[in-house]
Write a protein that binds this ligand. Structure first.
Ligand code: SIN
Length: 333
């Protein structure tokens, strides 16, 4: 009898542990949908794919990253709302596209604020730059890191050498009041439109021009429908990788730590690609013969600075004078 009872309890323990391990095996992996609007062979596209690979290597079947490029899942006008509803877990909109969530990130849109990407790096890695990653937490979004695309250039249907050349022209802009003010300063007409519509707007001549990086102008073929590109380097197009605070803080701690490490490596990788692609894609555009690249003389550039820079004053109160000073100071190595 004793033996029978022992055999029965052993069988029960075995059955329970088989059931438990079956449950563990059946546990579904955490799915991270990463939605973005650019092509895959861009700094953001390559960074997102690299992150997906690192997560697959390191977290095996506990986490699966699905990347949706080219506005396949959401455009930047919808992605942050979708994130708050839990329909997407990671995105990296341009810093210009967070105005509904914070005033401070408008800083990065101020024309002629940063001289180059080294200055941008110095600011983003500073205490003030890192603090901005937390600027939307009250609104349910957490910044996980910055990613470069690069400096913006002006493309148009006619040559833009001095600010007067832009007068009366229609330019597509990202959803940013600073960018709107920048084009008003030129007496031009800015139109806020999603990235996915820019090529068609240019092709059909519904607009005359736009501002973007070499990588976006090349990968989205804007250069094929814009005969002139002015190498103005007048502004910055960078990104913030964001998640919802609810999703991110709800992850198991070990998973979050691994994801953060994989993301940091992917951002360093993407930032390197950004520097390389700016040069490579500019060269490809120049060699295509489809678009003339206008290089400004120092005197011509000074005119653009003179017309656009007063925009800073308009937004000083909203952004904060101290923050603007800190960012500008990063131009000094
Ligand atoms: C992006 O680079 O993510 C899009 C930029 C734009 O909307 O112009």
């Amino acid at each position: 009898m004793k033996q029978t009872l022992a055999a029965l309890s052993l069988a029960a323990v075995t059955a329970a542990s088989t059931f438990a391990s079956g449950l563990a095996q059946a546990a579904e992996p955490i799915v991270i949908k990463f939605s973005h609007v650019v092509a895959e062979n861009t700094p953001k596209g390559r960074m997102a794919n690299h992150f997906k690979e690192l997560v697959a290597e390191r977290l095996g079947d506990r986490v699966v990253v699905e990347v949706y490029p080219n506005s396949q899942l959401f455009g930047d006008d919808k992605v942050l709302e979708a994130m708050q509803l839990g329909d997407v877990q990671l995105a990296a909109p341009a810093l210009s596209k967070f105005s509904r969530y914070t005033d401070q990130l408008a800083l990065f849109d101020l024309p002629f604020l940063f001289e180059d990407l080294d200055a941008v790096d110095r600011f983003q890695q500073s205490e003030a730059g890192q603090a901005l990653l937390g600027s939307m937490e009250k609104r349910g979004l957490i910044g996980l890191g910055y990613l470069h695309n690069g400096m913006k250039q002006l493309s148009a249907s006619q040559p833009l050498r001095v600010p007067d050349d832009a007068k009366g022209l229609k330019f597509r802009i990202m959803a940013s009041e600073v960018l709107e003010a920048q084009f008003h300063a030129l007496d031009a007409a800015p139109l806020k439109k999603p990235f996915s519509e820019v090529f068609t707007l240019l092709q059909t001549k519904a607009i005359d021009g736009q501002e973007n990086t070499w990588s976006n102008i090349y990968s989205k073929k804007f250069f094929e429908v814009q005969p002139y590109i002015t190498e103005s380097n007048h502004g910055l197009l960078d990104y913030m990788v964001v998640s919802s605070t609810e999703f991110w803080n709800g992850l198991p701690e070990d998973v979050r730590t691994e994801l953060k490490a994989a993301l940091e490596e992917s951002l360093a990788y993407g930032n390197q690609i950004a520097r390389e692609k700016a040069e490579e894609d500019r060269k490809k555009i120049a060699e295509s013969g489809r678009s003339e690249i206008i290089v400004l003389s120092p005197e011509q550039r000074a005119q653009w600075v003179q017309v656009m820079k007063p925009v800073w004053k308009e937004f000083e109160e909203e952004i904060g004078a101290e923050l603007i000073d800190a960012a500008y100071a990063a131009n000094q190595p």
